[in-house]
Design a protein around this ligand. Structure first.
Ligand SMILES: Cc1cc2nc3c(=O)[nH]c(=O)nc-3n(C[C@H](O)[C@H](O)[C@H](O)COP(=O)(O)OP(=O)(O)OC[C@H]3O[C@@H](n4cnc5c(N)ncnc54)[C@H](O)[C@@H]3O)c2cc1C
Length: 499
């Protein structure tokens, strides 16, 4: 019998596992995939490693929030990271040949943007003040359990509106929100605090994982095993069984039963609810969760470049078509894609060149509905057919045509191009619509889209990107909250801060 069973080995599940194992609990993680990590998974094509869901990470500078969490979890020392160049993101706008930058360190952030917008210096300073002030209102983000009441006043602020109050300069607005693909920015939905918590973490410090983000999953998995934890792969949880107000065990697709005192689900809240019929999870709670809208899914290209053709850039690029900054998801078949994010991978033998590039753009699941009854992932392979291949080829051409306008050297030097669609996301992660970041946060009804790690069943907890904030940092902080509540120990965060 285990103390805790964790369903899913995404970052949230693994971090809960390593923290709870460190606290002396007997942990068991059950993962449906062959590879641990969920969005941390990497894959290899033509000897080139690609990340699926981690291009860069913020907050990993010494003493910063994610650094402390990873240090406490026992993996910080072994992580192989490379700091990005001062300007971590370059923002490219249609009809403007310039590249604008967002930089690490608030002084550099202000200085570099002021060079491009000298008349906007006061606005840029005010914007930075608002970012920091907003982050200060979220105690867990600052690794304390202080009163969180002061955050209530900012939850209903819109990201777009706040940026527009800071400056009326349309170009500067576009630059400040230029990396909003990071949280799938939507004009009428995205809260300013989501923008602030994420952008601030990259301004504090921006890092790339050397040889992929899957190292985080491997290191956390090793920590769990070192502390007598159990990890079971290739095992899909089918049902979560409740009796007399407590979860007693889970049942897997292959018919096995696993019992424990506590259960944490790293699946989405909707998938968790669908797995348990317990009447203790009231119809109104179920309806609220099941009705929540998810963020959009994505279409990605993973490109292996011809050797020594494209110089490596230690920054990311975000491109927006004019007039579509906050509505990149409202594309039509003709004008798709309305923007993209572009991420370089260095050549291991000659670091001045890029060996690969990944390009990401939003795509709704409905675009791949004709093939929704197919299934294909490592360990459970299937064929989606020739019409699906034709769809991928057509979308690849459309995206590459747009990329070529600003990056001809990349498009002219592709050796191999691999495409992933919302179906790929669905089959590897388990969100039925392939959503990139889980639940879409909404400033018009903020509390509706914040999910507590607690459920009405006292020994069933939730964790993962769907709770408070997505991303490597957001998911890690949610894991800390889940463990704090499960252990009923508010000092956990102090131990992490002082690690
Ligand atoms: C394209 C993309 C790019 C991204 N880029 C970045 C980035 O650059 N920086 C950043 O900070 N964040 C990025 N993110 C976000 C970040 O990767 C995620 O927020 C984070 O990894 C989510 O972790 P999670 O714990 O919620 O679990 P998930 O990664 O969602 O994993 C859930 C796990 O549960 C398993 N599971 C599901 N159902 C079952 C079941 N029934 N039985 C057993 N196991 C099950 C899944 O297989 C999976 O392993 C990106 C995400 C995407 C999609």
């Amino acid at each position: 019998m285990f103390d805790v069973i964790i369903i899913g080995s995404g970052l949230g599940g693994l971090l809960c596992g390593s923290i709870l194992a460190k606290e002396g609990l007997r942990v068991c993680i059950i993962e449906k995939n062959k590879q641990l990590g969920g969005n941390l998974q990497t894959f290899s094509r033509n000897k080139q490693l690609f990340d699926t869901g981690v291009h860069y990470i913020g907050g990993l500078g010494k003493g910063q929030n994610l650094y402390q969490v990873f240090k406490y979890a026992g993996i910080m020392e072994q992580l192989r990271l490379k700091k990005m160049e001062e300007a971590f993101d370059h923002i490219l706008l249609e009809h403007d040949p310039k590249e604008y930058v967002q930089s690490q360190g608030y002084d550099a952030f202000i200085k570099n943007l002021t060079t491009d917008f000298p008349e906007e210096k006061e606005a840029i300073i005010r914007y930075c003040y608002l970012l920091k002030d907003t982050c200060d209102r979220f105690p867990l983000y600052r690794l304390t359990m202080d009163n969180a009441a002061s955050k209530d006043t900012v939850l209903s602020l819109s990201a777009k509106a706040v940026i527009e109050t800071v400056t009326s300069n349309k170009k500067l607005q576009a630059v400040l929100a230029g990396n909003n693909l990071l949280y799938s920015g939507v004009a009428g939905k995205t809260p300013f605090h989501v923008h602030a918590l994420i952008v601030n973490s990259y301004i504090e410090s921006s890092w790339k994982c050397v040889d992929g983000g899957s190292q985080i999953a491997k290191l956390l998995g090793a920590e769990i095993k070192k502390r007598n934890g159990t990890i079971i792969r290739n095992c899909t949880v089918k049902r979560i069984i409740e009796a007399a107000g407590k979860i007693t065990h889970i049942e897997t697709e292959d018919g096995r039963h696993f019992a424990a005192n506590y259960f944490i689900s790293n699946m989405s809240p909707a998938a968790t609810l669908s797995s348990t019929q317990s009447a203790d999870l009231k119809a109104i709670y179920r309806k609220r969760i099941l009705d929540l809208e998810n963020t959009i899914s994505s279409f990605s290209l993973h490109i292996v470049l011809k050797p020594h053709t494209v110089p490596y850039k230690n920054h990311n690029c975000y491109y927006h078509k004019e007039g579509h900054l906050w509505n990149m998801n409202d594309y039509t078949a003709d004008n798709w894609p309305l923007g993209y994010g572009l991420y370089y991978t260095t050549d291991r033998k000659d670091k001045t060149y890029a060996a690969a590039v990944s390009i990401l753009t939003p795509m709704w699941f409905k675009d791949v509905e004709p093939w929704q009854d197919t299934y294909n992932r490592a360990g459970k392979e299937g064929d989606r057919g020739t019409s699906y291949e034709a769809f991928k080829n057509q979308k690849t051409e459309q995206l590459l045509a747009l990329v070529k306008e600003r990056f001809p050297e990349i498009v002219d030097n592709c050796a191999h191009v691999y495409a992933a669609t919302p179906l790929t996301n669905r089959d590897y992660i388990g969100m039925t619509d392939g959503s990139m970041y889980g639940i879409q946060k909404d400033f018009t009804d903020p509390l509706k889209t914040v999910i507590s790690p607690r459920t009405k069943i006292p020994n069933l907890f939730l964790t993962g990107q769907n709770l408070n904030l997505h991303g490597i940092l957001g998911t890690s902080l949610s894991a800390v909250l889940t463990c704090t509540l499960l252990l009923n120990d508010n000092t956990l965060v102090d131990k992490i801060r002082n690690a």
